[in-house]
Ligand binder design. Structure first.
Ligand SMILES: NCCCN[C@H]1CC[C@H](NCCCN)CC1
Length: 290
């Protein structure tokens, strides 16, 4: 049998299928439906409200890029916040940075954490790092109550901005993120695929340009199990210290060797860091005036 995802308003008219070997978990939290299945070619797959979140085979592309694009753009990040990220994969990647002293994570859905610990040990290993402090709740409230200028980096590792994560792309939330960052602090936000709703990217770009007086850049990576096969990120720097996203300032060796995260890097490197910010011509045209 196979599971097919189509008729999703985010990508009308297209479908993506994965062959199912075995359904491992099906449940419903107060926020979303949760499905885990063993696929025949991508390992275990996590699905929230019918949208593929990650698979064992290609999660490295997303988790490594969403983490190291910001963290390698500033010298020795110390205090990091993850919004969402309940599967633990981003925590695993942050743990590779020895300069990091505290890792706050605010995930709204405890069931996602429990399911990841049961079925995705290579991702939930991130929760084992002693620097991690878990807050289960709404990140909108968490950020509103966060002290000003606390974080060097904030990573928004959410589901798509329909449903529980809708508020995470709206201006008031982005403003609370900017307030919680130190001068020269960086935000890495999940952004849309360049092939899908670029108006969402445009909306986010204009909000981030208004909110972050430092640089704002769109970057992208390949994730075969996401619709259109690519996903984007928005890298934003708060004014107060020059940040050049295009050239990593942290040598890859410093994070390459970290074995406490369990596995070596499988996707990120300094060249692919620079390449992530190189955009096709149509994307440049569509984003240049935002
Ligand atoms: N730590 C993994 C979380 C994954 N975040 C998102 C999961 C949904 C995915 N939709 C891609 C479809 C684009 N609309 C984007 C990444």
């Amino acid at each position: 049998s196979k599971v097919q995802y189509y008729n999703n308003p985010m990508w009308p008219g297209e479908a993506h299928s994965l062959k199912v070997e075995k359904i491992l978990y099906q449940g419903k939290s107060p926020y979303q439906e949760i499905l885990v299945f063993e696929s025949s070619t991508y390992g275990n797959v996590l699905v929230l409200d019918g949208i593929v979140q990650l698979t064992d085979k290609d999660e490295c592309a997303y988790q490594e890029m969403v983490t190291h694009l910001p963290l390698c753009s500033i010298p020795s990040p110390k205090n990091v916040l993850v919004v969402g990220g309940g599967d633990g994969g981003v925590l695993r990647e942050i743990a590779r940075h020895d300069s990091v002293e505290t890792i706050d994570i605010c995930e709204i859905d405890q069931l996602v954490i429990d399911v990841s610990k049961e079925f995705f040990p290579n991702l939930s290993v991130g929760f084992k790092d002693p620097r991690v402090r878990l807050h289960v709740g709404d990140a909108v409230d968490f950020l509103r109550n966060s002290p000003e200028g606390k974080y060097d980096a904030i990573i928004v590792d959410s589901s798509d901005p329909i449903g529980p994560a809708q508020a995470l792309v709206e201006k008031p939330f982005i403003q609370t993120i900017a307030r919680a960052l130190k001068p020269g602090g960086v935000l890495c936000n999940l952004a849309e695929s360049m092939w899908l709703h670029t108006h969402l990217i445009q909306d986010m770009l204009s909000i981030c340009h208004q909110t972050f007086k430092g640089s704002v850049h769109y970057a992208w990576t390949s994730v075969p199990t996401y619709p259109s096969g690519v996903i984007g990120f928005l890298l934003c720097a708060k004014e107060g210290r020059p940040v050049n996203f295009l050239t990593p300032v942290n040598p890859i060796e410093k994070i390459q060797g970290a074995t406490k995260a369990g596995k070596e890097l499988r996707f990120y490197n300094s060249e692919i860091h620079r390449a992530a910010f190189v955009l096709p011509t149509f994307v440049r045209r569509e984003l240049e005036s935002y």
